[in-house]
Design a protein around this ligand. Structure first.
Ligand code: EPU
Length: 343
């Protein structure tokens, strides 16, 4: 049964928590309810926008259309052997709860992506990633409904055109395809499984804690590392990393290094001529760490995180982002592109 609501305040539905209203709002909890929605005048006469946890979106004004909140739940084990497991997960499941559940089952493969604020829908839509893992590494396929043809379709991993915080769902299929479930392939955890402890922060945690590194302890380590770097979303509104880490050529990096000797770089898989810079470091060198502009600001423990201190509007946050982009461009001739989508 679809329950349309009018003139809804969207602040509680996004992690930034900025004030904005939606003309219409509805939750879908199954493929059937989404197919029903497609036949309604509310949907036919309005633009629509899909919303998961609202962790990577910034409303800059009221939304004159229909917000479709994805609330499709369920976890089905499709196949299990002694070494592997295949699971279908509803797009509306909470990502972190799903990751923690897999760890409790002693299944490995997504443990480094613990504590990311996201839904399973957004995990595929954005190809979320952290600490050397990306959702695409474990996604077998993505199932959903084409809004124009109303067909149910399954896209293989390759067909999803995953990239760094990119997918076909964010580009060619934007607004035209509702992801309803995602199929993941995980490993049954054993001593043979190699945990990814490559990140310096993770290695430091291991050295400091004297813990034996297991599936559970690595998730604990990463959750702790994240909690020290990222604000508590119950206290400060934020969308996590605001910008993507920019990719530049190795030649350009060599030139930049002559002026900025401490500039960090990270290798990019499949792009031998390029490196990724740390956007957080660029923003810090440009002088913005801890900077406040009205009610918006740059978090004082991590410069890639923009925060809503108190009642910031979406516009204020966009203006702050623009100021940062200009200064970074001026200082390094590097352009920062937002990871967060402006609406
Ligand atoms: N750094 C600074 N100053 C800062 C912040 C960071 O110099 O103010 C330096 C750090 O010292 C570090 C480097 O920048 O050496 C990278 O920082 P960090 O490890 O925190 O990772 P990140 O590149 O800023 C990315 C993802 C995060 C993910 C982490 C860990 C993007 C845009 N962000 O951040 O993902 O959790 O790596 O893997 O790729 C997200 O997308 O919302 C997100 C949180």
């Amino acid at each position: 049964m679809l329950n349309f609501q009018n003139n809804i305040n969207l602040a509680p539905y996004t992690t930034f928590g900025v004030q904005a209203k939606a003309k219409l709002f509805v939750e879908v909890d199954s493929e059937a309810s989404f197919l029903e929605l497609l036949e309604t005048p509310e949907r036919k006469n309005n633009q629509h926008l899909f919303l998961g946890t609202g962790a990577n979106i910034l409303f800059t004004k009221d939304f004159d259309g229909l917000i479709v909140k994805i609330n499709i739940k369920g976890k089905d084990i499709i196949e299990k052997t002694d070494t592997s497991v295949i699971i279908d997960v509803g797009a509306g499941e909470d990502w972190n709860e799903f990751v923690r559940w897999t760890i409790d089952q002693k299944w490995a493969g997504i443990e480094n992506m613990v504590a990311i604020p996201s839904s399973v829908w957004a995990a595929a839509f954005w190809n979320i990633g952290a600490y050397g893992m990306e959702a695409k590494d474990r996604i077998i396929s993505v199932h959903g409904i084409n809004t124009a043809t109303k067909e149910a379709i399954t896209l293989s991993n390759i067909e999803c055109l995953f990239g760094y915080r990119e997918s076909i769902f964010k580009q060619q299929l934007k607004d035209n395809f509702l992801i309803t479930k995602v199929r993941f392939g995980l490993h049954v955890y054993s001593d043979q499984y190699t945990l990814n402890t490559n990140y310096r922060d993770v290695q430091q945690w291991i050295a400091d804690s004297w813990s034996k590194i297991t599936l559970k302890t690595i998730a604990k380590a990463i959750a702790e590392i994240r909690s020290h770097k990222l604000p508590d979303r119950k206290v400060l509104g934020t969308a996590g990393s605001f910008f993507k880490n920019p990719m530049i050529s190795k030649e350009k990096f060599a030139l930049l290094k002559t002026n900025f000797v401490h500039l960090m770089s990270f290798d990019v898989a499949d792009e031998p001529g390029y490196i990724k810079l740390s956007a957080g470091q660029l923003i810090e060198i440009a002088g913005f760490k801890g900077y406040k502009k009205g009610n918006a600001g740059v978090y004082n423990k991590h410069a890639l995180i923009l925060v809503n201190y108190w009642w910031a509007t979406g516009r204020e946050i966009v203006d702050l982002a623009g100021e940062i982009q200009s200064k970074v461009q001026e200082t390094f001739s590097v352009s920062l592109s937002p990871e967060v989508i402006y609406v």
